[in-house]
Design a protein around this ligand. Structure first.
Ligand code: LLP
Length: 422
């Protein structure tokens, strides 16, 4: 993580020490590097410069409106999957003509909101959804621009929970069914076919699954065009992995080198939907050690961030590197780093060798810029941490720490409980 380096024994994000941020905002907190975010989107822009393209950042990876705005300033758009993500993208000032809307369960009100905003296209995942969109567009007197999400049945060799392009997956339309579905789309009066979409999974560490999947889609595009379908946009999804531990995933340039011939041949406007590779290594979660504890079989470092703040280790057995914010030269020790939540599954690392940590010290949980804050919850009535954007030697709070009152927002005690009759 290039922009997170030690300077005189203290871990910095760009030109700001993480303990200076802790001093100001308390712990735990998320900090993102403006420079990394900018470098990552520019790496995609440069890699795909030879084809007309749109980088539609997958909002689910990091939905903070400041992050969306930063990508918007770089010419990026957004891949959204809900009315809420639409609202966020619009609030960040993203051009609606740069929004693509995916997801298996879009509701009619969500479709209507996206039609009102005038988004670029809907990535449709089933015939019922197609019909619902046609009905919604008809009621509004507009035509809905559509791509079908096709499932190429290619194994991305990643964690099963984040593989999406296999036959047994709930996502997309089976490639064998695709032509029939396009014919249905073409028959519907308020649908306009404009493109094709696929996304095979996340945290991919090789280019071959992309090439295999996109080859199949390329053949399908030829077949569809032969039947007069107007495929102008080819959305190739996201999925490029990052280094959490020892992985060496391809760079956007490696991916581009492998697939550009196919993309160019299509003459399509290319849409990319990267999430993790834009923000994952742009962020850390900083937490403070509360106690250390010697169990009979294990040693524990109890910290003030838990699975409600970063669920990836508990949910996917994901590895996140952990580094002390202040370097120390104590011996190493094998520990579990655990949170304060009342669940055995509440850990940030298990059986991890770390320099011995002392109560009060700060630890940085690395690679926490994607699927980290967006997957937080208030479990155990824990307010969500703040998010910080570092830019050079200064930083801004881009989301305040939740307050105790935020925890109660929207809740009410009904009268039957305040003046019970019996
Ligand atoms: N496009 C679609 C249609 C997607 O479903 C996803 C991710 C992306 C793009 C972005 O994929 P990326 O470039 O980030 O790999 N919570 C999991 C990851 C879930 C990914 C869901 N879909 C995790 O923490 O690993």
């Amino acid at each position: 993580m290039q922009d997170f380096q030690y300077q005189n024994g203290t871990l910095y994000c760009e030109g700001v020490s993480l303990d200076a941020i802790a001093e100001k905002v308390g712990t735990p907190f998320f900090a993102y590097s403006h420079q990394t975010l900018t470098r990552q989107i520019r790496a995609y822009k440069d890699a795909f410069a030879e084809v007309p393209h749109l980088i539609a950042f997958a909002v689910k990876a990091n939905a903070n409106i400041a992050v969306l705005k930063l990508f918007g300033n770089e010419g990026g758009g957004a891949d959204i999957v809900s009315g809420g993500e639409l609202h966020r993208a619009l609030a960040a000032g993203i051009d609606p003509k740069k929004l693509v809307f995916a997801g298996v369960g879009k509701t009619k009100p969500e479709m209507a909101a996206a039609l009102r905003a005038g988004i670029l296209m809907f990535n449709i995942e089933s015939s019922q959804e197609l019909t619902a969109l046609d009905e919604t567009a008809k009621e509004m007197g507009v035509k809905a621009p559509v791509a079908l999400r096709v499932n190429p049945n290619v194994n991305p060799n990643t964690h099963p929970y984040i593989s999406t392009g296999l036959k047994k997956s709930k996502f997309g339309i089976e490639i064998k069914q695709a032509v029939a579905e396009y014919h249905l789309a073409a028959r519907l009066s308020h649908i306009k076919v404009v493109g094709i979409h696929s996304h095979i999974g996340s945290q991919l560490t090789e280019v071959k699954p992309f090439v295999d999947a996109l080859q199949l889609i390329s053949d399908l595009i030829d077949g569809l065009r032969a039947q007069n379908m107007d495929i102008q946009y080819w959305d190739i999804g996201g999925g490029l992995g990052i280094t959490y531990n020892a992985e060496s995933p391809p760079l956007p340039k490696d991916m581009a080198d492998a697939i550009l011939p196919l993309l160019k041949k299509s003459g399509c406007h290319i849409i990319l939907e990267p999430g993790r590779s834009l923000t994952g290594n742009a962020g850390v979660l900083v937490t403070r050690v509360i106690y250390t504890k010697e169990g009979e079989a294990k040693s524990f470092v109890v910290v003030d961030a838990g699975m409600n703040d970063l669920i990836r280790p508990s949910l996917y057995q994901a590895y996140h590197a952990i580094q002390p914010v202040l370097e120390n030269h104590r011996g190493k020790k094998v520990v579990d780093v655990v949170g304060p939540i009342c669940e055995s599954g509440d850990f940030l690392a298990q059986d991890r060798e770390l320099p011995e940590a002392m109560p009060g010290e700060l630890l940085a949980v690395m690679s926490a810029g994607a699927y980290a804050f967006t997957m937080t919850s208030n479990y155990n009535a824990r307010p969500r941490p703040p998010e910080i954007l570092v830019h050079g030697t200064s930083f801004d709070i881009i989301r305040a720490r939740e307050t105790m009152d935020d925890l109660l927002r929207g809740e009410q005690i009904p009268e039957i409980l305040t003046s019970p009759k019996d």
